[in-house]
Ligand binder design. Sequence first.
Ligand code: PEP
Ligand code: MG
Length: 917
Amino acid sequence: MTTTDPAQTTKYVFDFSEGDKDQKDLLGGKGANLAEMVRLGLPVPPGFTISTGACRAYLEAGTVPAGLDDQVAAHLATLEETRGKKLGDPDDPLLVSVRSGAKFSMPGMMETVLNIGLNDASVHGLAAQSDNPRFAWDSYRRLIQMFGKTVQHIDGERFEHALEELKERKGVHGDLDLDAADLEELVGAFREIVREHTGSDFPQDPREQLAAAIDAVFSSWNSDRAVLYRRQERIPNELGTAVNVVAMVFGNTGPDSGTGVCFTRDPATGAQGVYGDYLQNAQGEDVVAGIRNTVPLAQLEEIDKVSYDELLRIMALLEGHYRDLCDIEFTIERGTLWMLQTRVGKRTAAAAFRIATQLVDEGLIDADEAVRRVSGAQLVQLMFPRFDTSPGSAGEKAQVLGRGMSASPGAAVGKAVFDSYTAVKWSRSGEKVILVRRETNPDDLNGMIAAEGILTSRGGKTSHAAVVARGMGKTCVCGAEELNVDTKRRRLTAPDGTVIDEGDVISVDGSSGLVYAGEVPVMAPPVVEYFEGALDADAAEADDLVRAVDRVMARADEVRRLRVRANADTVADAERARRFGGEGIGLCRTEHMFLGERRQHVERLILAEDDEARAQALDALLPLQRWDFLQILTAMDGLPTTIRLLDPPLHEFLPNITELSVRVALAESRGEANENDLRLMQAVHSLHEQNPMLGLRGVRLGLVVPGLFDLQVRAIAEATAQLIKMGRDPQPEIMIPLVGSVQELEIIRADSLKVLAEVAEQTGVDFPALIGTMIELPRAAMTAGQIAEAAEFFSFGTNDLTQTTWGFSRDDVEAAFFSTYLEMGIFGVSPFETLDVEGVGELVKIGTERGRATRPDLKVGVCGEHGGDPDSVHFFHKVGLDYVSCSPFRIPVARLEAGRVALVDQLAEGGAGADSR
Ligand code: PEP
Ligand code: MG
């Protein structure tokens, strides 16, 4: 133990009376909120918080930082004084809990040890003081069990087995049927397990217990499951956890005690009311773990009316104070209510939108805050399809296996699997699976991630499965008690005797709690109908969720600076883009316009040996291309439409090399060699590339295939002129892909301007058409100052820019090693999903700055897939882009996130500080 003058060292330990809710960085979420409840005068058991800084120092050095032991000792002395008891005193022991609590909630990921201070002597003191030996021995066995598992890393199953064995021997079913003598016997068995595993006795020194528990909580920050959870939730690894040491209050002293979890509103729907679970004569972990079945909180009114009324008063007070849904853990010890924890509660996506607008109506928050309180990721969830079991539908007759609690919404279909290992294995081989368990525990996290949905037969809405699934946005039905889940035989049996074996398909409805046999068809949810324009938010049939989404979106649209466009190259997509609020097309890829029947013209173009043959091929393509653009520009009338000239390598338009070789060989063997096939074969060979992504594509094509880009520009120009003559308002923008140097662009630009002038002359219609470029190569970003001289707009192609910055091709690497990189933490998330801000983002920033330095009115957007990713949208706002372009379905998400980041920016400018996570 290090002894240093505490005055000389960093302050690591804070009494609950020293903090408040805004100190989550220092005290973690639990510590900060406990401090806040103390400030509000609520009944919180006394205690103190060891800061996240202490954890960081511990993890860095591998040992407790200098001064921490002394500070803990000093605070413990104060706690002993307050309670009038000494830790582990043999006659009347003070007991404490040691609880983890990071800045962001990580349910079930890190460790908690209760009842520290019990040993062979003080268990008798507790029995005498409480006049309840059963309670004392129960508390002691829990300490050994939790300490053994958490601190000494003994397999928890060993304790569970010993408990089960004892119950069997005594012929009882529940834990509560064990009496004091049974539990004393169990303590003996547990101590034997500890001795076997560690080679020594269960530690009897209470201070040693405390120090070891604190170390274990620190270390649990880096447990595999915690690291995995953080990666999933994008919680930074370097934060560390705080540790809360709290005087124990007991929910397991008898029927007048108990413990519970409650929400100030329904976290699944947002409805106001009394929501929660209560478990009589139990300690907190029993509720969260979903081990025994709880009763609804409303029943507490009958059990203990005084505590119930007091709890409801506190719930209202906390919700008003936090101006949000709070989730609360409490314990009742012999009729006295104690608050163990509160926090702004997790909620489903639908509840988030409903609650945000309800709070506006209640005057607790304003419309801007409502926008900040929901997220694009939640909106995505509301746009997921749902089961169609309406009358007359194919799903109407779907066989219901049973019903559980609707823990996390969504419609999931997959093959039933009964353990996490199988879930991961099957999903890796491309199967969709539903993880079916009696209850989940933190070790199931991998399986939960791999599964489409989760089904449990035990545990309430606050069980591990429910909390974690909600956090991950995964469909979950929990507590489906009527389903008999047999994980050993890998089957589930419905009340009507139907058996679902591993591999059988089931459908799980997280919104209704229903579980079906087989695959139930899905349909578009109301929020999608609303975006499609098929459901008016003011119409009677629109529900409060649609109205909430409408209000939030309206405000986001008012405040956002970023424009949102679509990546669309068909009329259907363009029309949907408009309905979904798209303000133009940011990327119309033209490659599909050269496939199918038109391929023959491209082949002729490639094989052309003279100008005449080339001109014939181009002439055949021109009317087809003009028709394409007429349609798209008509659909986007009045809105900018960025048309990208041909990008992919030419060989994509030629026959497959193997098939062609076979065809030629067969023909030759019959002595019927076809001249055209032979030439085609030669072309295919000469166009074959080792790395097509880095080969003859983009602007390079335009430069080496005479007339190709001119043809496309002419088609755009003629379509535009025709539409203008018809009184329409087409707004084409011509975009050149994969430019690396300004010279490339200058040549294409000069050619294009010539074609535009010719068409203007021929048609008598003069029209503006911007000519710009994609920035998708690092060289383009670095030389953006020069490139802007020849470009009226930039659009960052962050798909290619990511590939070329990292030097890997997406098609090759995603399957090959991305999962390894994610596991190793090299990526927190794939750089193709969320922009790699430090690398690729820096190039976007440099490119924008340099481009605008040359041409201050340069229009800058992005059209890689990142344009529809929430975190990336925030970045694009911050570096000053004018618009993002994404697939039509992502447009609402991009609109919402663009609004949110604008508001977060305003807050930060106002000095209030903001966290846009
Ligand atoms: C890009 O590279 O980001 C882009 C939009 O182009 P594509 O995905 O078509 O290569
Ligand atoms: Mg590209």
